[in-house]
Design a protein around this ligand. Structure first.
Ligand code: CP
Ligand code: NVA
Length: 306
């Protein structure tokens, strides 16, 4: 049987996401009632980090423990992964000793190569190109606050990075629209974003126009991990792409604000917005835990009855 991976958002279908959202709700409610639930008893998750993390590590590690399993953390500094062992060899070995693997790395090609040689499901915990677990949590958070995202408009302000690419893929899978505004030279690259077409997003030169009427306004850091050498140039290029109070005013009256975090107040977002009443960033961060528990359960056990 073919192993099911979650390497990019479009690896799962709309019907599978609908199941995951419903399952997340059940798992979250049970957790909030302090009721133990251990469907992954004795299972082991290996987490490989080639970049820093707070939320991703914590949510996967805590989530696996809460589901009855255990999690092992590896990083490039103190494993053989940083000393040139081929990814394919690492995949063969790691997947013989574990049930599930989560990887945060640089190029998407690395995780694809790992998955091709893995006996167990592989989850993308962020690559230069994609961050599917983040958007899974973001959309679940939107649904909790506003109901279905189908037909809604999401404004993406800033860099066409891994998080932006994943929003664009999600729009195709779940049938909503993204209004994107990036500085010149940082536009969406449809092929890199892994898009089927142009039907679910529109590009705007003016970030205010992208935000106009949007149901959700979202952004991310101007410089992603791995791109630090470009930081000074990016600071200059992105100066007008800050989500501020004026921008939230042109969005829909009940628009939400999201940010995957970590955030830089005064750069991509004004403090008044991220700390203001429309911001749901703490729910968004918490939902990484609940949605990934549903994801891990699904990848290992398939659909289970509540
Ligand atoms: N949003 C997110 O992935 O956060 P971390 O980098 O802290 O994991
Ligand atoms: N785009 C950011 C997201 C961090 C969670 C990065 O890749 O650094």
């Amino acid at each position: 049987m073919r192993v099911k991976h979650f390497l990019q958002f479009k690896d799962l279908t709309r019907e599978e996401f609908e199941y995951l959202f419903q399952r997340t709700r059940w798992i979250k409610e049970k957790f909030k009632r302090y009721e133990p639930y251990h469907p992954l008893f004795d299972r082991t998750l290996v987490m490989i980090f080639e970049k820093a993390s707070t939320r991703t590590r914590l949510s996967f590690e805590a989530g696996m423990h809460q589901l009855g399993g255990s999690a092992i953390y590896l990083n490039t500094r103190d494993s053989q992964l940083g000393r040139g062992e081929p990814v394919e060899d690492a995949a063969q070995v790691i997947s013989r000793m574990s049930d599930l693997v989560m990887i945060r790395t640089f190029e998407q090609a690395i995780i694809e190569r790992f998955a091709a040689y893995s006996r167990v499901p592989v989850i993308n915990g962020l690559t230069n190109e994609y961050h599917p677990c983040q958007i899974l949590a973001d959309i679940y958070t939107f649904i909790e606050h506003r109901g279905s995202i189908q037909g809604k408009t999401v404004a993406w302000i800033g860099d066409s990075n891994n998080v932006c690419n994943t929003w664009l893929q999600a729009a195709e899978v779940l049938d909503f629209n993204v209004h994107v505004s990036t500085p010149p030279g940082y536009e969406v690259e449809p092929e890199r974003a892994g898009l089927y077409g142009h039907a679910h997003y529109e590009e705007f030169e003016d970030p205010m126009e992208a935000a106009r009427g949007a149901d959700l306004v979202t952004t991310d850091v101007w410089t992603s991990m791995g791109f630090e050498a470009e930081n000074e140039e990016r600071m200059r290029a992105f100066a007008d792409w800050q989500v501020d109070v004026e921008m939230m005013k042109v969005a829909a009256k009940d628009a939400l604000f999201m940010h995957c975090l970590p955030a830089h107040r005064g750069e991509e977002v004004a403090a008044e917005v991220i700390d203001g009443p429309q911001s749901v960033v703490w729910d968004e961060a918490e939902n990484r835990l609940h949605t990934q528990k549903a994801l891990m359960e699904y990848l290992l056990l398939g659909k289970v009855q509540a």
